[in-house]
Design a protein around this ligand. Structure first.
Ligand SMILES: *Cc1c(COP(=O)(O)O)cnc(C)c1O
Length: 511
């Protein structure tokens, strides 16, 4: 047997063969067995737990997982290890593909993407330098070119895959800051750090923009004080009028607006800021215009809803997440820029990775466009998914979720004890349990807040639904984030009835 092996292969077997995927027969067999075991544990879990959650609270779950999981060496047999993981960890995971698992922008992943992940993981290409990802670099670049095109960018555009919206927004603000320093002050932040004038820099975004805009400003040394919230209208969209007024006020105070950030799909309400007028304001004022389309960017695939993104092509930079409405496994996102010259502001060279001569020789090292070094080949799963699902079906999935969100909003609006907050522009619906008698009563505010918190928690404890809670002003609300095209109105009307029943019961016990 050993001799057979030796003659078939390079002639060197190692005691570690069964741990690493290679052409060695022992390695191939070990890989196939391990993957089959993992698949079996997964499918058993999916079959046996058709509920979004097990219902355990954090303390019960700590106990159920038990002490053995504190010792990484308590078990050596892979089959047993995976069975333990299935019993203790998978069994109390949230099941993102269940129709009533709809708290956050947390999507069910597409099956073709799961298949692609197997290849991404096993081949383990790293996107920082070409010599770690030759063909992967080319595929990521092609996909970036395609993305730039569908968002209406011209030939100067470029981009890079990112870990998600947080990183993409950070990069947008980074370029905005560094361009302002270079163009207004002849100052290189890369070389010199922040100029004294940076204390005056201001970034405008709507009051319901994602918190990563404030976080980005803070990490970039501008401080959260640099972020100026602009008012929104009744549909939670930024008011261009107020943006213009804020700009004028800032100038009067000798503060320097450097960027305007619009959101295409706010996290709570799915609202889309009016991109065209905002782009015009930004252009007029010489601001960097960043569009955070982490959530709403997927509408570009829908013939029906694409017009909602009109004006997105005017963005200097753009955030898109694929682990939301593009149904990719975490993590997967992109950062795009209208003019690739902007990446000059953050370019780095490391002699060991991307020596200066590489570019002249036509060797593309994507690290020059990223704040990450080692980076996954996430582009592959999106590439496989786009082809396997097709543009039309992608569009239909998105359309279905938006239609369901509208129907849910109608059902909420028609239910006497529920109060609807927004007519959804995309697929997030915010509402609360609030019988009309208590709705207007300021004295009932805390009680209603408590009831709504407990309704959400009760649904989680029943394992029946995972929904979100959010706050507007001093009021607590519930939220459905309807990413899953398999979620139907019937699922939601059932759930809304249960929410009303729970609310009524809690109202009596809190009365
Ligand atoms: C989700 C989200 C983000 C953050 O993205 P991550 O992928 O979670 O890092 C930023 N902006 C918006 C509008 C989002 O919905």
């Amino acid at each position: 047997m050993l001799l057979d092996t030796l003659s078939q292969t390079s002639g060197t077997t190692s005691p570690f063969d069964r741990y690493f995927l290679s052409a060695e027969p022992e390695s191939l067999a070990a890989y196939q067995e391990a993957i089959a075991l993992a698949q079996q544990v997964l499918l058993d879990d999916v079959r046996n737990h058709p509920q979004p959650y097990s219902g355990q609270d954090p303390r019960a779950l700590e106990q159920a997982i038990g002490d053995r999981f504190s010792d990484p060496f308590f078990e050596q047999n892979l089959q047993q290890i995976l069975i333990n993981v299935g019993e203790k960890i998978l069994s109390s995971s949230v099941r993102v593909a269940e129709p009533t698992c709809m708290a956050h922008l947390h999507c069910p992943p597409l099956i073709p993407a799961l298949a692609a992940e197997v290849l991404v993981n096993a081949t383990n290409q790293s996107m920082d330098s070409w010599d770690q990802s030759p063909s992967a670099t080319i595929l990521e670049q092609r996909l970036v070119t395609w993305l730039c095109k569908i968002y209406g960018y011209g030939a100067q555009a470029d981009g890079v895959f990112t870990s998600g919206g947080t990183q993409s927004n950070f990069m947008g603000l980074l370029l905005a800051r560094d361009r302002a320093c270079r163009d207004r002050l002849g100052w290189s932040v890369q070389q010199q750090g922040l100029p004294p004038e940076a204390r005056r820099f201001r970034i405008l975004c709507s009051e319901v923009a994602h918190f990563t805009i404030r976080q980005g400003a803070s990490l970039l040394g501008l401080g959260e004080q640099a972020v100026v919230p602009v008012k929104t209208d009744a549909a939670f969209r930024m008011c261009p009028q107020d943006a213009a007024e804020k700009l004028a006020e800032l100038r009067c105070q000798d503060l320097w607006p450097i960027a305007l950030v619009a959101t295409a799909g706010t996290t709570d309400f799915g609202s889309i800021d009016p991109l065209e007028p905002l782009a015009a304001i930004a252009r007029e004022a010489g601001l960097w215009f960043h569009v955070d389309a982490a959530f709403g960017g997927a509408l570009i695939l829908s013939d029906r809803h694409r017009p909602k993104l009109a004006g997105i092509d005017a963005a200097d930079s753009l955030t898109v997440d694929f682990h939301k409405l593009f149904y990719q496994p975490i993590s997967c996102g992109a950062f795009l820029v209208r003019d690739r010259a902007a990446f000059e502001l953050m370019r780095v060279h490391a002699d060991y990775l991307n020596p200066e001569g590489n570019e002249a020789q036509g060797i593309p090292d994507l690290v020059t466009k990223s704040v990450q070094t080692t980076r996954r080949f996430d582009a592959l799963k999106l590439w496989v998914s786009l082809q396997a699902v097709g543009r039309q079906t992608f569009g239909e999935m998105i359309d279905t979720t938006i239609t369901t969100a509208h129907q849910a909003a109608q059902a909420i609006d028609a239910a006497p004890d529920l109060e609807l907050v927004n007519w959804p522009e995309i697929n997030a619906v915010v509402f609360r349990y609030a019988p009309p008698a208590l709705r207007q009563d300021p004295a009932a505010r805390d009680r209603l807040n408590q009831i709504n918190r407990e309704v959400r928690w009760a649904l989680l404890r029943q394992g029946r639904a995972v929904i979100a809670q959010t706050q507007i002003g001093d009021r607590v609300y519930l939220k459905f984030t309807l990413l899953n095209p398999r979620t139907t109105l019937a699922h939601l009307t059932d759930l809304l009835q249960e929410i009303q029943r729970l609310g009524t019961t809690l109202e009596i016990s809190h009365g």
